[in-house]
Design a protein around this ligand. Structure first.
Ligand SMILES: [Zn+2]
Ligand SMILES: [Zn+2]
Length: 180
């Protein structure tokens, strides 16, 4: 992932399909061609990358040392871009409880609306058709990982990685998940 100056006007944006003008700063996403080791790039207008891949674009902007007049505008747009919902992220991951209805799978107490919670893959219960994650308090996470015979440290890292939070939110998550 990087920003670069478009060397020609030939590449089309993956977001809107329109060409990216020569000389414009574009977002280049690297990917491996299916079935081979060849690394190729696909390109986006910076504005189109905001909606498609906000997190990656932010990293690319922070790493870009060239002139970027719309830097502030883009960063503001990224901050306001809708976050990926929990459904798009692999489990386990943390998010904020949208209601107070779910009970913690570890301690059985309700998880209060708005608090950080961790979602894990639910065990397939015989005769149950319920799919989707089970949730627990962030503070109950370590105990749950221990009871499930998981490597706690690895598991915590996985939760942090899958949660894709902003830095301050990640710090809070780590703090709550790791008892002082
Ligand atoms: Zn575009
Ligand atoms: Zn709990």
């Amino acid at each position: 992932m990087k920003l670069e100056i478009s060397p020609s006007g030939r590449a089309a944006c993956r977001g809107c399909k329109k060409p990216i003008p020569k000389g414009e700063v574009r977002f280049a996403e690297s990917y491996t061609m299916p079935g081979s080791d060849t690394v190729a790039y696909r390109y986006f207008h910076t504005a189109c990358a905001v909606t498609k891949m906000a997190t990656e674009l932010k990293q690319a902007i922070e790493a870009y040392e060239g002139e970027l007049p719309e830097r502030e505008t883009l960063l503001a747009a990224i901050a306001n871009a809708p976050k990926k919902t929990g459904k798009d992220r692999p489990l386990p991951h943390a998010d904020r409880a949208p209601t107070s209805r779910a009970r913690c799978t570890q301690c059985g107490e309700p998880i209060e609306k708005g608090t950080l919670r961790i979602g894990v893959q639910r065990d397939a219960e015989p005769g149950s058709f319920t799919r989707g994650p089970s949730y627990m308090h962030v503070g109950c996470g370590r105990a749950w990982a221990r009871d499930s015979d998981l490597d706690e440290t690895e598991w915590v890292e996985k939760v942090v990685e899958n949660s894709a939070f902003e830095a301050d939110e990640t710090a809070r998550l780590r703090e709550e998940i790791t008892p002082a």
